[in-house]
Each structure stands twice: as C-alpha cells, then as structure tokens.
Ligand binder design. Structure first.
Ligand SMILES: Cc1cc2nc3c(=O)[nH]c(=O)nc-3n(C[C@H](O)[C@H](O)[C@H](O)COP(=O)(O)OP(=O)(O)OC[C@H]3O[C@@H](n4cnc5c(N)ncnc54)[C@H](O)[C@@H]3O)c2cc1C
Length: 385
C-alpha cells in the first residue's frame, strides 16, 4: 500500500493551509459544543462557519449544486488533517452536514433541498437529529413517538432523548411512528421539524462533565405540516439508514484527535517528574505509553484502509464498526494513562474532563456491544445474537 498522498492532494493541502492561516479566528479555536451556548461564542462560530462556506470548505464532499466541491476522499482527509493541525472547529452543523444533508439530498424534494441545504451549509440554521428515545436506542426501530395525519398536518406526540444540539437547533430530523399496525421497521416516517413550533419543549441534560451537550425533547400535539415529510410515508427507516450510514462513515478521521492526545501525553511524560525521575523513564509508564502509541497507529492504519476502500469504490463494511470500537477504547486508554501519569492532577482541568467524558464515546454512534455483535456476525461469521 502506498501511504504517500497524490500531488493534487498536497496542492490542496497547501491551498487550504494558507487559507486557514489567513482566516481562522483564534477565538474559536478549542470551542466545544457546550461553549456555543454563550451568545458571543455562537456569533463568532457563525462568522467562522460563513467564511468556511463562502470559501467552499464547509462541506467539501457535497455536490457543487448544493454549495460543496464534490471533492474526493483524499481532499476530505487532507481538510480534516489541516483542521486538526490548526485546532479549527468544524461548522455549526456537525450532524447536519455529514448525516442529515445526505438524507435530504437522497430522499428530499427539490423544494426541501433548496429550502434547507444552503442555510445548513452557512450555519444560518442549526440542525439536530431526533432519533433516540428512552426505550429506543440501539433498537431504534422500537421508537414510539407518534405522528397522526390530520388534514394537512401531522400531529406529533412523544419524547426524544440524548439529542445533541437540540438546545440550539432550529430544525430537527425527527423519526416518528406513523403506522403502529405493521412490523416495526415499516411504520416509521421521517419529518423535518421546525423546533420553534408550539408544543416543542427542549430540556437540556447536564452531563457528568457539568456541560449541557444534549437534551430531551418533548412533543405535545405539535402540528407539523405535511410538507415536512422526508421521503415517502412509512419509509422513514430507509431515510434513517442513509443518515446513520454517513454517521458511521465519519470514522475515517477519528485517529486524528486521539493521536494528537497521545503525542501530548508523550510530551508530558518527558516533562513530568514521578518519584524523583522523569515519567518517561518509569518502566511501567513506558509500557503503557508504548501500548497507547501502537493503538493510535493501528487506528490510523484502519482509517487508511477505509480511505483506500473508498478510493477504490468499495462500500464501507464492518471495518467501520471495528474503527469505532478501537477508537473509543483508545480514547478511554488515553484517559487512563493520563491518570497514571499525572496522578491526582488528572482529576481536574482538561484531563479531568477527558477522563469522565470518554464514557460517552462507547455509546454514541453505536455502542461497544452492538459493534461487537456486528463484528462477530460479519467478520467472524458467528450466528446472530
Ligand atoms: C454523546 C452522545 C451523543 C448522542 N447524540 C444523539 C443525537 O444527537 N440524536 C439521537 O437521536 N441520539 C443521540 N445519542 C444517543 C445514542 O444514539 C444512543 O445512546 C445509543 O444508540 C444507545 O442507545 P441507548 O442509550 O438507549 O442504550 P441501549 O440501547 O438501551 O443500551 C444499553 C446497554 O445495552 C447494550 N445492548 C443493547 N442492545 C444490545 C444487544 N443487542 N446486544 C448486546 N448488548 C446490547 C448496549 O451496548 C448498552 O451497553 C447520543 C449519545 C451520546 C452518548
């Protein structure tokens, strides 16, 4: 396998790197989703999002007709690498651009595409994904939120949970049950719902980090116009699968963040004293750091493999589940080694947050156990659980 990037990708890197040097607002570097709640941060993020969109970098993979560049996988990889290198945040629509927009492009009417995609691209409107419910997560098809047609409107009742960005969102890609009398996958529809409609109530959930990253959303007799339907009635499962395929496809660049953290831990080990000597000289810590480094490099190889598959036109297969699994475990090992290295100092500040936040990574975007089931069936050929 050739690990070198083609010359055109390197040309794109030079172009984008110099654009970033000239345009990245240092005030948005390092801003997390929960920082966006502060109006001054949100305003700066909007300005940053618009400049990304105007320069054609907000959604590189989108077709040109919707404001993207129709760029290939190598340019997307380079863009992600350069954004990470510079500490640049993405757009205000991390879920919208990569997950919801592909579903709108594939299943939406011309009217829906024109109405929603440009505003999503520029961050003028923020989107969230209303899929999970208290009793429907891994088994998403069990969802119970109901929508009943009444004249030209759907009347929606029910609850969603773990909804990232719901507190800031203008729109929600919402899965609802529209036919309770057929097998569960066949009675679901997808609605594009205005979050300002009467009867929509968002209650932020405070997580273990003290942040308000996600929300519960309650729908009480919310009248949603029939034109909000994305795709055919009762074909919502197909729409959801388009969304989730793209969610899982994002794993190709996951190694960037975690390998950066591993590099930081290695630097810290060279500077930190443990029991009268540098941590990097402690034999037990050296083992942990070496193992961590290898895990990060392994993840990079998995990612290269996924990129190579995409270049050669092969569909993302179970390796996506493998990369998600290895990534979330690697992130949690980073947090553990930070604890070993820094001792009580790893209980607060940036590493303190990291150590409790990693719990979420074994759940979001497909849990560890569900991914292991996929690997067992599709790679090891074991029977369905
Ligand atoms: C940071 C974060 C952001 C999120 N953002 C969103 C969002 O924006 N929109 C949204 O709709 N949802 C979101 N979610 C929800 C996420 O999709 C669900 O948490 C996830 O699908 C798991 O569902 P659950 O929490 O109901 O757990 P459950 O599915 O109830 O699982 C509970 C436990 O049982 C295990 N389990 C379940 N089924 C099996 C099985 N068949 N075999 C073996 N073990 C099993 C699971 O692995 C887990 O350990 C987010 C979650 C997190 C952590």
């Amino acid at each position: 396998m050739n690990f070198e990037y083609p010359p055109e990708a390197e040309r794109f890197r030079a172009e984008f790197r110099s654009w970033l040097a000239a345009n990245l607002d240092p005030e948005v570097v390092g801003a997390t989703l929960s920082d966006w709640e502060r109006p001054e941060v949100l305003e700066r993020m909007r300005a940053w999002n618009r400049s990304l969109a105007d320069a054609g970098y907000a959604a590189l993979a989108w077709p040109q007709e919707y404001g993207g560049r129709g760029a290939g996988i190598m340019e997307q990889v380079v863009l992600a690498e350069e954004m990470h290198r510079a500490g640049a945040p993405g757009t205000l629509n991390p879920i919208g651009i990569s997950n919801i927009a592909p579903a709108i492009m594939e299943h939406g009417t011309e009217e829906q595409k024109r109405r929603f995609l440009p505003a999503m691209l520029r961050g003028d409107e923020i989107w969230c994904q209303g899929f999970s419910e208290p009793d429907a997560g891994s088994d998403l098809a069990s969802l119970q939120a109901r929508a009943v047609l009444d004249g030209d409107d759907f009347v929606v009742n029910g609850q969603k949970v773990w909804n990232t960005l719901g507190n800031l969102a203008d729109w929600c890609e919402l899965l609802v049950r529209t036919d309770p009398d057929v097998p569960k996958h066949k009675g679901i529809s997808c609605l594009l719902v205005d979050m300002r409609l009467p009867g929509v109530e968002v209650r932020p959930l405070v997580t273990i980090t003290g942040e308000r990253e996600f929300n519960e959303i309650f729908f009480t007799d919310v009248r949603v116009p029939r034109t909000a339907l994305l795709g055919p009635m009762n074909a919502g499962w197909r729409v959801a699968m388009t969304t989730l395929t793209y969610e899982r496809g994002g794993v190709a660049s996951l190694h960037l963040g975690v390998r950066k953290k591993i590099g930081e831990l290695l630097d810290l080990a060279r500077e930190t004293e443990v029991d009268g000597r540098r941590a990097s000289e402690d034999p037990v810590l050296r083992q942990s750091l070496a193992r961590l480094y290898l895990e990060g490099e392994y993840l990079k190889l998995l990612s290269d493999r996924a990129v190579s598959a995409a270049i050669h036109g092969r569909e993302a297969g179970p390796e996506t589940s493998l990369a998600k699994l290895v990534w979330s475990e690697c992130e949690s090992h980073v947090a553990e080694v930070a604890g070993q290295l820094l001792g009580p100092a790893a209980n607060t500040g940036r590493w303190g947050r990291e150590r409790v936040y990693v719990r979420a990574l074994s759940i979001a975007g497909g849990t560890t156990q569900v991914n292991k089931n996929i690997l067992a069936q599709r790679i090891l050929g074991l029977p369905r659980s």
